[in-house]
Design a protein around this ligand. Structure first.
Ligand code: ZN
Length: 345
């Protein structure tokens, strides 16, 4: 098991982008002023530390990889527009979370699934922001390389949903495929939403940004289709892989999908974007980010998921929660708590 990261470096880098951020993450990504620093294959030198974390679920090797992180200048209204100030401040104070800023991590995960022939299939769940104009992001590929996973060796990319921080990494800056041998798998509902006439009327973004969201999703879905490999569309809960169950978790986007990785009695619930902050969405499942496509559906999904994950005492991997995104959900009065998992054991 390997974890390489330096929290001090993280906070210093995050602070550099604080203040440059608007309430909207996508706008924030574009405005973040921190220059991109390529990550090295080791944690020495000026390029900074690689951030990957190896762990196992049963006998399946998992590698959490970080795409980058940004600090938002305020918790409100980004994360809980519907919350009263008093209730939100109380929840933040209880969890020792600052009232005036929030860290947004960007994580993804690679899985080495055993194949029937005795080999392994390398599956990447989401591929980060790529080199799409957000200087603080786009480190998934460098961190995969640091963990010994080359882009050419990725066999399959599973997409949780088609927001830019999950699909832009399909392409390099020059438009070439970032993972040249990969096939793609995503929800049919998600595909049909973005390639149809997507309704973002409940998203709290300016209209221009909504257009950018849609154009980005359509561009990268088109790239997956044009890759020469099959883009496989999944309907509901389906088993593309024997070890991975697809779990529809709609609301953040209509086809947003989570995944359960299983080997024997061991499980990992790959939550993706059901939560964007480790305090807010757990304290009250009705508190959601302004960028949920269907806020009421997202609230119902969070309530259902927190109940399930707390009851099952599941190990959970979340893509925007504190690195490496591993934790558990615990009941706490009328709400819930995110409990960071012990790693490196
Ligand atoms: Zn996201």
């Amino acid at each position: 098991m390997t974890t390489r990261h330096t929290p001090i470096e993280l906070s210093r880098r995050s602070l550099l982008v604080a203040g440059a951020l608007a309430f909207s993450p996508s706008l924030a990504f574009a405005r973040a002023a921190t220059p991109r620093r390529p990550l090295a294959a080791d944690d020495t030198g000026p390029a900074g530390p690689a951030r990957f974390h190896r762990f196992k679920v049963g006998s399946i090797e998992c590698v959490a990889v970080n795409d980058g992180s940004v600090t938002l200048g305020s918790v409100q209204p980004t994360f809980a527009a519907s919350a009263s100030k008093e209730a939100l401040d109380a929840a933040l104070d209880k969890a020792f979370h600052p009232r005036d800023k929030a860290l947004l991590e960007f994580n993804a995960i690679a899985l080495k699934l055993p194949t029937a022939g005795g080999g392994t299939e390398t599956v990447l769940v989401d591929c980060g922001y790529g080199d799409a104009g957000a200087p603080a992001l786009g480190h998934v590929q460098a961190n995969l390389r640091a963990a010994g996973i080359t882009p050419e060796s990725v066999d399959t990319i599973v997409i949780s949903h088609a927001h830019g921080d999950h699909v832009n990494g399909v392409l390099n800056k020059d438009g070439s495929l970032a993972y040249p041998n990969a096939r793609y798998v995503m929800s049919k509902v998600e595909h049909d939403f973005w390639t149809g006439n997507p309704d973002l009327s409940k998203v709290g973004f300016p209209e221009q940004q909504k257009k950018e969201f849609i154009a980005g999703a359509q561009k990268h879905i088109a790239a997956m289709k044009a890759s020469g490999k099959k883009l496989e569309l999944i309907d509901g809960s389906s088993k593309v892989f024997s070890a991975i169950e697809f779990v529809p978790t709609p609301g953040h986007t209509p086809g947003h999908t989570s995944f359960v990785l299983r080997d024997g009695k061991d499980e990992l619930f790959i939550l993706a974007d059901v939560a964007h902050n480790h305090v807010v969405m757990f304290a009250d499942p009705s508190w959601g980010p302004v960028f949920d496509t269907e806020p009421d559906v997202a609230t119902a999904t969070r309530a259902r998921m927190w109940d399930r994950l707390a009851s099952d005492r599941s190990l959970v991997m979340a893509f925007h929660l504190p690195w490496p995104g591993l934790g558990h959900v615990r009941r706490d009065g009328k709400g819930y708590e995110w409990v960071i998992a012990a790693t490196g054991l």
